[in-house]
Design a protein around this ligand. Sequence first.
Ligand SMILES: C[S@@+](CC[C@H](N)C(=O)[O-])C[C@H]1O[C@@H](n2cnc3c(N)ncnc32)[C@H](O)[C@@H]1O
Length: 193
Amino acid sequence: MDNKGWNNEVQDNILSAIQKADRAFEFLDLGAGRGQDSLFMARNDWRVVAVEKSAKAIEKMKSAPGFNGLPIEKRQVMVEDFTIEKNRYSIIQLNNVLQLVKREKALGILTLVKGNVRSGGYIIVSGFTVHEPSYKNHKDLCYFNDGELRELFSDFRILFYQEILVHDPGHPEKEYPHQHWIVRLLAQKDVGG
Ligand SMILES: C[S@@+](CC[C@H](N)C(=O)[O-])C[C@H]1O[C@@H](n2cnc3c(N)ncnc32)[C@H](O)[C@@H]1O
């Protein structure tokens, strides 16, 4: 079990992607929350589009030190209603959001993300697996079966894939320490793919 990349930590997968991805293009953070990763990327000179449905989360992002000077375009909209402009992004991230989206819609979003990221660009996904205890109450939402996310990216170059039990020290919605069964992926769209 580890806790790397879970709450309040920038994922290793972002750190890997930014070393290689083309900075002439942008970072798209779908379900950006309070913007921890969007802020990190913008502070590292990436142009960022942060999509988030919650006004409260966006307000929190805007209250971050120095926010006004950062290149973050914030969009308060549902991910499923956001148009992903083709070839605009060299990194697209869906970090801990798909488990909150209806399964069919989430799979549609993944198809759009794959189709619209630039050739050679990177996709980062982190989500829940069906081993997560909350799955039994949310069978309509997108929790991934064993190996499913890897299979969905079988036409991409998979640079990192992991299904793992992680420790969560707690967050405002669930303040006590708990655990999550998560899956993480970093995949690259082949040049010309
Ligand atoms: C668990 S948080 C993760 C936030 C961030 N990606 C991170 O890893 O720190 C999930 C976020 O997704 C947002 N969200 C959930 N469903 C969404 C949807 N359909 N469209 C846009 N945002 C959504 C929630 O409001 C919440 O801020």
